[in-house]
Ligand binder design. Structure first.
Ligand code: ATP
Ligand code: MG
Length: 453
């Protein structure tokens, strides 16, 4: 049985004060068809995203998603611990056996029209940045406590974070043992380089983050701890870390095959290939959830591939570690298109949010992009909250087993939604091809990327 850690699930009632502005009363007047209490710029963003007709149908949901959109960090409530392995017996598909696929000898390239760099970029941006798309101003950066002596209440001071990091990192100078740095990527928190370990010649990836520039330094400590303490073949493994002047260097294993995003946007994947990637990711999720860790940002961008076809989860910056007191609760969010309905409507949530996101990622592999990617983010949140399990573009071309797998992971009711370990036993995954069969897709994606670079 799932243990309830926090049951602060609060019913949002029309006209009651809710989280987003201190004691602002928001409500909906069915007679005028207008919301009251929203700042005027929110109202125009709302009207641009959700037609009045739909607003009228679901005023409560509208309030929830608008609140979530403008204040994504103001308080999800965690509930489940990942320890329970309820063995819900589930129906397996018996009739209409899966079309036998003879492992795709050739790659079916996706037409470039479905790969629009602009929409893809938007998907990689988090809600804060997405607001720009609706002409909304960014809120001022959070204030950092001025006094370094301030007692720890909820968050650590910069000095405490630094002290914590110092106790975690290796003491020597990494420039003595790593050389030949080549920049391979840039993320929100820093740059990623490949480097050669001068002691054994192996190639590693090093993420370099400038600490004074990080808005949420504690999350970096968390990311480091999660990576360091959770070693698994389907997780990008941590090797070492260092403080170099004001930069934190995190050395990790290098995956040369790029991200799964490059594959889903360039090739059509067979169901056997999709099953293989799902299985590998679910193995990582089963492991993380058993350690009480929720990833919270599962999407193809955060799945890295090895040139041998290995599949590994990365980006633990949003992880929440569930422990019995609430001191470690985190209130960060992932990317809207992959979010579970209970997240966007601010219900209590647990590890199964990752299972939902995995289902969305399976749709990415099938269709090249997640549902609602072309909708603006506020509308996408509304659609996630109201549309239920997303509809497939071409359901008739999808096998019954794959459909059932998607239904089990994209169950809007998180109680009945499968756990990662239940999904691992799903018959769809029995169709998985060997990982080596992913290599042609990876090579093709690398080739396309090189051409566009
Ligand atoms: P964020 O800063 O929010 O995490 P991000 O995921 O885009 O954003 P990084 O995690 O810093 O940024 O990664 C930047 C790029 O480097 C990514 O595109 C990723 O593909 C690549 N990369 C990161 N880690 C590795 C790795 N271990 N091996 C190979 N490439 C990597
Ligand atoms: Mg990242």
């Amino acid at each position: 049985m799932a243990k309830k850690l926090f049951s602060r699930e609060k019913k949002v009632l029309i006209s009651s004060p809710i989280g987003f502005k201190h004691n602002v009363h928001v409500g909906y007047n069915p007679e005028t068809g207008e919301f009251y209490g929203f700042p005027s710029e929110w109202k125009s963003a709302l009207d641009n995203s959700i037609p009045k007709e739909e607003q009228r149908k679901n005023p409560e949901t509208v309030i929830k998603v608008v609140d979530f959109f403008h204040n994504p960090e103001s308080g999800p409530k965690f509930m489940d611990v990942a320890s329970s392995e309820e063995q819900d017996d589930y129906k397996t598909e018996t009739e209409a056996p899966l079309k036998k696929k003879k492992g795709p000898p050739e790659i079916t390239a996706r037409p470039l029209s479905t790969y629009t760099a602009a929409t893809r970029d938007l998907s990689g941006i988090r809600i804060e940045e997405n607001k720009a798309a609706l002409g909304l101003k960014k809120p001022p950066p959070p204030k950092i406590p001025a006094s370094p002596l301030k007692k720890r209440t909820k968050s650590l001071s910069d000095d405490e974070v630094l002290a914590r990091l110092r106790s975690l990192v290796s003491e020597n100078d990494p420039r003595e043992c790593y050389g030949s740095f080549v920049k391979i990527g840039q993320g929100a928190s820093g740059s990623v380089f490949t480097a050669t370990d001068l002691r054994n010649g192996s190639i590693v990836a090093i993420k370099q983050m400038n600490l004074p520039q990080q808005p949420k330094k504690e999350l970096i400590v968390d990311e480091l701890l999660v990576m360091r303490e959770n070693r698994h073949p389907n997780i990008v493994n941590y090797i070492d870390s260092y403080l170099v002047d004001e930069d934190l260097w995190v050395v990790m294993e290098y995956l040369g095959g790029g991200s799964l995003t490059s594959v889903v946007t360039t090739s059509e994947m067979s169901e056997a290939q999709i099953a293989a990637v799902c299985r590998e990711c679910l193995q990582a999720l089963k492991f993380l959830h058993a350690q009480q860790v929720i990833h919270r940002d599962i999407k193809s961008d955060n799945v890295l591939l090895g040139i041998d076809g290995s599949v590994k989860l990365t980006d633990f910056g949003f992880c929440a570690q569930l422990i019995s007191d609430d001191q470690k609760r985190r209130t960060m969010v992932g990317t809207p298109y992959w979010m579970a309905p209970e997240v966007v409507t601010r219900k209590a949530y647990g590890p199964k949010v990752d299972v939902w996101s995995l289902g969305i990622m399976a749709i990415e592999m099938l269709e090249g992009e997640p549902p609602y990617l072309n909708e603006n983010p506020l509308r996408a949140l509304y659609l996630i909250a109201t549309m239920g399990t997303p509809k497939l573009k071409e359901p008739t071309s999808v096998s019954p087993r794959f459909k059932d797998f998607l239904e089990k992971s994209l169950d809007t009711n998180h109680e009945s939604r499968y756990t990662a370990s239940q999904l691992l036993a799903h018959p769809f995954l029995k169709e998985a091809c060997p990982l080596i069969s992913l290599v042609p897709l990876i090579e093709y994606a690398l080739k396309v990327e090189a051409e566009y670079a």
